[in-house]
Design a binder for this molecule. Structure first.
Ligand code: GLA
Length: 393
């Protein structure tokens, strides 16, 4: 009996300890960067990525924190080589992926790549299924720092198990990498993915609209995706983030107000900030949204608390996010079709504990000292006003 007990205990402990968790200490604040997919889809290339990186150095994006440059789907040949290895498309990436990683690292960026947990990627390229450890060694050899892992063509595979295998494979390959799970929230990854990866998609794909789809029918607007993230705030924190999908800021089908409010609300969610627009040709207004340091600071606040929707009035939503040092970000969103005067009083925000707050209107930079009353602004349709409240002495 004693022997049997000992055997069972060892077996259980063995199983537990054989499963090393993800690389710790990465993504202590939400990852920031740029990804090829939202604008360029299958037309990713070495030329595009290099030009984008150069533009991001020149336009201040890198220095504002956008350091992960991620090559999404459609980067490889349609077949693995006879040894089962992934091979970069020689037309799109003539110098190979390692050389691209070197180019990015030399300019202060980190390098991200994409694959999929199924047999094929969503674009029909070789997926990782059955090749996890081999592929992880390949990514490590290319100097990859971030892997986005999709969920198309997974057949009957079990989600948590499948992502766990790739996480173990990355750990075994030995190069610290952020692991970005992209299973669209199908298996409620917020419940199980924190030991496995650093961020997980909570929804299906975002598209370049406020609501509904304008490009592909499976995509939805950022406001739809935002609504789907209500209630998930307790699952996010340093090293493990809800990912409401990449940014559509700068898309031609959004108004400037919609780009600004999309960006602001992603910061309120402590969402990964992965831009997807053509940063080589964006307008100064779009650049100013993406590189606003005070708004980014709300996303990147070290406390790592995801903000939440505090109240919905008719055409007004109030979102709040706790920050370090007892400060708070408060965002009012005008969901109506017309400009409106939106306001909130300190008294309405029942969680506030200080008597007075120095209040900054974050987008305009205007500071009001020792506020006790209403915070108010005229807000365009689908636009926001964002306040930062700091306890005043
Ligand atoms: C899925 C993902 C997208 C993108 C495409 C690539 O739809 O959710 O973010 O990676 O695949 O094919």
């Amino acid at each position: 009996m004693k022997r049997l007990l000992c055997f069972l205990t060892c077996a259980v402990l063995g199983t537990l300890t054989a499963r090393a968790d993800k690389f710790e200490g990465l993504a202590l604040t939400p990852p920031m960067g740029w990804n090829t997919w939202n604008t360029f889809a299958e037309n990713c290339s070495e030329k595009l990525v290099k030009e984008t990186a150069d533009a991001m150095v020149a336009n201040g994006m890198r220095d504002a924190g956008y350091t992960y440059i991620v090559v999404d789907d459609c980067w490889s040949k349609k077949e693995r080589d006879p040894g089962g290895n992934l091979v970069a498309d020689p037309v799109k990436f003539p110098s190979g992926m390692k050389a691209l990683g070197d180019y990015l690292h030399a300019r202060g960026f980190k390098f991200g790549m994409y694959n999929c947990a199924g047999a094929l990627t969503c674009g029909g390229y070789p997926g990782g299924r059955g090749h996890e450890f081999q592929d992880a060694r390949y990514y490590a050899s290319c100097g990859v720092d971030y892997l986005k892992y999709d969920w198309c063509n997974h057949g009957t595979a079990n989600g948590p198990e499948t992502y766990r295998i790739m996480s173990d494979a990355l750990k075994a390959a030995g190069r610290p990498m952020i692991f970005s799970l992209c299973e669209w929230g199908e298996n409620q990854p917020w419940l199980w993915a924190a030991p496995v990866g650093h961020l997980w998609r909570t929804t299906g794909d975002i598209g370049p609209s406020y609501r509904g789809s304008v490009k592909n029918k499976w995509e939805k607007g950022w406001k739809d995706r935002l609504d789907e993230n209500v209630g998930l705030q307790s699952y996010a924190g340093p090293g493990h983030w809800n990912d409401p999908d990449m940014l559509e800021v700068g898309a031609k089908t959004l108004t400037l107000a919609e780009s600004r409010s999309h960006f602001t609300l992603w910061c309120m969610l402590a969402a990964p900030l992965i831009a997807g627009n053509d940063v080589r040709s964006m307008t100064p207004q779009v650049r100013d949204i993406l590189t606003n340091k005070s708004v980014i600071a709300i996303d990147q606040d070290k406390l790592g608390h995801q903000g939440f929707r505090y109240r919905v009035d008719k055409d007004k939503e109030i979102w709040v996010k706790e920050l370090s040092n007892k400060e708070w970000a408060v965002c009012l969103l005008n969901t109506g079709d017309k400009p409106a005067q939106l306001s909130v009083t300190t008294q309405e925000l029942s969680f506030l504990t200080a008597s007075y707050y120095d209040t900054t209107n974050v987008w305009t930079g205007q500071v009001d000292g020792k506020q006790t009353g209403a915070h108010s602004a005229l807000v365009d349709s689908h636009d926001v006003v964002l306040f930062r409240l700091k306890p005043a002495s």
